[in-house]
Design a protein around this ligand. Structure first.
Ligand code: MN
Length: 497
């Protein structure tokens, strides 16, 4: 997955009053800022310089062009000088793509000994940015404001988070999710309003019979399975019974067949995310395990038990995390260690944890699944490495959606887990398990999440802002009393949307 085909447009605001020479300087400086940003390794998306705008027509024009440009994921606006903001109303009214207000100036330090009125005339972002900010606030325009000198690492990191968020939203706007089978029967939290999701986010979720997938699985040519088995043998620590000639080799062979069939089905339909459910596997011999794991590692979104919201979110967060170290996976808060001094969560699923989280080489094993009544599925087993992570979920509250995020710290398991036949992550939630779990439950948070060791909170909060969706963050500052109030206030604030 690469973000280098995407671009963000850099638009510099000014006005005609300054005269030709000053405007030439503004254009020259803004082009140097763009070159500097692109030369930095911190920004994941190319920044494209656009001519300085000095009136309502050129502003509306560049906003319309940005909306129409397929690879443009958002607009970065900088007021080098003062740019009277009534000129921006028509353009900002039209603009559909995300907006970042870069509140910077060309020079870092004041030239104390040489500063004169020519310099003051040319470098006015301190007040020009306020005029622009006013009109954005007056119009209720969602945007991110980044303040500081454009060469600072911190400023570029704030911009990078926004670019990753915008790439995620860009992905969601055209994402197609295949729901194989429907929902796990009677489960509430994995359901939701797919029409509302498409209206708000653009994501298309459609159902397919499992038989259609089974047809693809049955049609996989044998030589392709042989080639994939070679790859499995090279890549994983293969359990003895799964090795060539072993009694489990046929189960592994079926896992490889399922992977190739799923790939053909997904790629044929243009799906970059999918769900399945162990309650509807007609025509399949096993619940797909290694197949789903490896597809996730290749960037496909996945949600179990029909969980299309989490499937879409896995895909979006994988796009946002492109190129960063650390994995991103479908996850479930499975069971707790309520040890008095160090409570923590054991996260896992029946099978489907993404090997992008594997710290080292994954093991490949076959074990019975105690649910679903199908043949024993092959799966990859590993433990996520320690380090900071986020757990993120999308909830459908009926009239609207809520994003919920918990900052956590993955830790080494206290002891080896020799009998646990599934991939897992162990983490301590921030600020502590009791507070985090209570806050999560008050917020209506689900058991399924996206667990990412690649992303922090910032790009996800930026994503929520640009998607117009509530984002509740549980972090080291969280207190249950405060979050209950935040939920009440947010309900009033977002309730009618
Ligand atoms: Mn589940």
């Amino acid at each position: 997955m690469e973000l280098n085909t995407l671009e963000a447009w850099f638009v510099t605001g000014s006005q005609a009053l300054y005269g030709e020479e000053a405007l030439r300087k503004v254009a020259e400086n803004s082009a140097r800022v763009v070159d500097g940003l692109n030369a930095s390794s911190r920004l994941p998306v190319r920044v494209v310089w656009k001519p300085v705008v000095i009136g309502p027509e050129s502003i509306l024009d560049v906003c319309r062009q940005a909306d129409a440009a397929p690879n443009c994921i958002g607009l970065i606006c900088w007021m080098h000088t003062f740019s009277p903001a009534k000129m921006w109303i028509a353009g900002l009214n039209a603009l559909q793509k995300p907006l970042l207000h870069l509140h910077t100036q060309f020079h870092r330090d004041l030239p104390w000994s040489s500063i004169d009125m020519d310099f003051m005339n040319l470098n006015q972002s301190a007040h020009g940015g306020r005029e622009f900010g006013f009109i954005c606030s007056r119009m209720g325009k969602a945007r991110k404001v980044v303040v500081g000198h454009w060469q600072e690492d911190d400023v570029q990191d704030r911009m990078a988070a926004w670019l990753r968020a915008a790439a995620g939203l860009h992905e969601l706007r055209s994402l197609k999710v295949a729901r194989l089978g429907d929902n796990m029967r009677q489960v509430a939290v994995t359901e939701g309003d797919k029409v509302e999701a498409q209206m708000r986010f653009g994501v298309e979720v459609n159902g397919y019979g499992v038989g259609e997938l089974a047809g693809h699985v049955d049609n996989v040519p044998e030589p392709a399975i042989d080639r994939l088995l070679d790859e499995y043998d090279r890549q994983y620590a293969m359990a003895p019974e799964l090795q060539p000639g072993g009694p489990g080799r046929e189960a592994l062979r079926y896992g490889a067949r399922a992977e190739l069939g799923l790939r053909a089905f997904l790629d044929g339909g243009g799906f970059r995310a999918f769900t399945d459910t162990f309650e509807d596997l007609a025509g399949l011999e096993q619940l797909p395990g290694i197949a789903v794991q490896r597809l996730m590692a290749d960037g496909y979104g996945f949600g179990a038990e029909g969980d299309w919201k989490t499937a879409a979110l896995v895909r979006v967060l994988k796009v946002m995390a492109a190129g960063l170290p650390g994995g991103t996976s479908f996850m479930e808060d499975y069971t707790y260690h309520l040890g008095a001094r160090d409570p923590k969560v054991l996260g896992a699923h029946m099978l489907e944890i993404c090997p992008s989280l594997a710290g080292g080489q994954a093991s490949c094993i076959v074990e019975p699944l105690s649910i679903g009544g199908k043949a024993d599925p092959v799966r990859l087993v590993f433990t996520a490495p320690p380090g900071p992570a986020v757990n993120v979920a999308m909830i459908d509250l009926g009239p609207r959606f809520r994003l919920l995020l918990n900052e956590v710290d993955a830790v080494e398991p206290d002891e080896p887990l020799p009998k646990l036949p599934v991939a897992r992550a162990v983490w301590a939630p921030r600020p502590d398990l009791k507070t985090a779990a209570a806050a999560w439950i008050y917020a209506g948070g689900p058991h399924h999440t996206v667990f990412s060791q690649a992303l922090g909170s910032e790009p996800i909060e930026d994503f929520a802002e640009m998607a117009g969706v509530e984002c509740v963050v549980i972090d080291r500052h969280t207190r249950v009393r405060d979050i209950k109030n935040e939920l009440r206030w947010n309900h009033r604030s977002y309730g009618a949307m």
